[in-house]
Design a protein around this ligand. Structure first.
Ligand code: PGA
Length: 254
């Protein structure tokens, strides 16, 4: 079975103390993850080391950054490089979240650089893709997502691409309380897998976890994750409430 993943995306929420408390509450439940289950916490930069220390020694619990620079190193004030993340033990990095694309003008080509730098530093990219409402309304979502994947990812080798996690996040569903229906999510995930089959091969496509993101909640996670091509979720709002995220972790396909 492919890896099934519950990924928390805290975004720019919580103080340090609130973040500590949230992790403590979640970890107190002591959920033991199987080989094919993972829990990932994408926390703000200043909390990365704290989160790494709290998760130390727990099988398949990982800490993720929410972004990294598209430059290797140097005079880029305010940026954080993949190499710097690696040097503090970070194993994952969210890339190309729609909020980064929208508010910080991230483009497919610069995301390709970020993916390259993460892979070079043994950091697993959680690569986000997804369409706006206006694109879905005209039925152009499949081509739109294919272009995002093509321009950022498809020049990587089969070995490299197998290290990536995809998060499909329709922008109209993020933070809106408007979840894609199970059918919409499954349809798009299956399509993304077909795109990977066409550009690589079926074994590669079958290997890559594709997470759904956009208003995943405690009460809809199990239904979404049950779809054959939905391998878990990238969760914003509901990841800030310990009980909700625990329910979401428990909803991963067995
Ligand atoms: P949401 O955010 O769960 O609050 O919709 C998801 C995301 O943006 O990753």
């Amino acid at each position: 079975m492919r890896q099934q993943i519950a990924a928390a995306n805290w975004k720019m929420n919580l103080t340090y103390q609130q973040g500590e408390q949230l992790l403590d509450t979640i970890l107190k439940e002591n959920i033991q993850l199987d080989n094919h289950h993972e829990a990932i916490f994408a926390v703000p930069f200043p909390y990365l080391i704290m989160a790494t220390q709290k998760l130390a020694g727990r099988k398949n619990y990982f800490v993720s950054a929410q972004n990294c620079s598209d430059q290797r190193s140097g005079a880029y004030t305010g940026e954080t490089s993949a190499e710097q993340l690696k040097s503090i033990g970070i194993t994952h990095c969210v890339l190309g979240h729609s909020e980064r694309r929208e508010y910080f003008s991230e483009r497919n080509q610069s995301l390709a650089e970020k993916v390259k730098l993460c892979l070079a530093n043994d950091i697993t990219p959680i690569f986000c893709c997804g369409e706006t409402l206006s694109i879905r309304e005209v039925g152009a979502q499949e081509g739109f997502v294919e272009t995002q994947l093509m321009e950022s990812l498809f020049h990587f080798s089969e070995t490299e691409i197998k290290k990536i996690i995809i998060a499909y996040e329709p922008i109209w569903a993020i933070g809106t309380g408007k979840t894609a229906s199970v059918e919409q999510a499954q349809e798009m995930h299956a399509h993304i897998r077909t795109i990977f089959t066409n550009h690589y091969n079926k074994a590669t496509a079958d290997h890559i976890p594709i997470l759904y993101g956009g208003s995943v909640k405690a009460n809809n996670a199990a239904e979404l994750f049950n779809s054959p091509d939905v391998d878990g979720g990238l969760v914003g709002g509901a990841s800030l409430v310990a009980a909700d995220f625990l329910t979401i972790m428990r909803a991963l396909k067995k």
